[in-house]
Design a protein around this ligand. Sequence first.
Ligand code: COA
Length: 191
Amino acid sequence: MKLPTQLNGASSMRRAEFTAGRYCALNVLSNLRSDSDEVRIGPHGEPVWPDGVVGSITHSGDLAIAAATLVTLHRGLGVDFEHVIKSEAIAEIESIVLTPNEINFCRKCIDFSYTVTLLFSCKESVSKAIFKYVGRYMDFKEIELAAMYNEFALFRPLGPLIVDFQGAVFKVYHRNASGGAMTVCLLDSDT
Ligand SMILES: CC(C)(COP(=O)(O)OP(=O)(O)OC[C@H]1O[C@@H](n2cnc3c(N)ncnc32)[C@H](O)[C@@H]1OP(=O)(O)O)[C@@H](O)C(=O)NCCC(=O)NCCS
């Protein structure tokens, strides 16, 4: 695979994770029977999928994941994977990422570190799914957990994000796998 010029001078680690992510992305496009086999890099580093497709990429350590769907089915998609956050970093992540209500929720869960990691990953997935519509990185506290179920979680927008997504509910599917939290946010056409 030929690397784009944006990666000239990048570390071998960065080139490897980029290649792994694009490899997954091209497989997904092939499964969707897309005419194009190119996922370019957008001005903010976001993946630019072929017309008619929305998708997302994540990588962490030796893991890379890409997911995509047709815009006729969903208007946005974000995928994320996070290894369970180590105890020494939990307090900092908790204060940056979680609202007071979410901190209370995590404290009531059996596995505090995993639950903080899960909410962090969910918020990254939402951020990726909505990026093309808001054109900026949302603050982590611009969405808040509304409900948690075994297979998915629901988040509602707060603060400035309400302007773009009034009345919206973000649905994020989640799974505990490969030593971390794997999440996928799918934006319905009416979100
Ligand atoms: C850019 C960001 C989305 C990357 O997430 P990450 O967990 O660090 O790394 P991941 O491996 O999960 O994702 C990396 C992939 O995200 C994708 N990505 C990068 N910028 C993106 C954006 N603006 N929108 C959607 N996807 C993006 C890219 O495909 C990238 O892989 P690639 O460069 O190899 O193509 C995120 O870390 C970030 O920087 N956010 C900005 C500020 C922030 O933290 N905001 C709050 C979010 S709730």
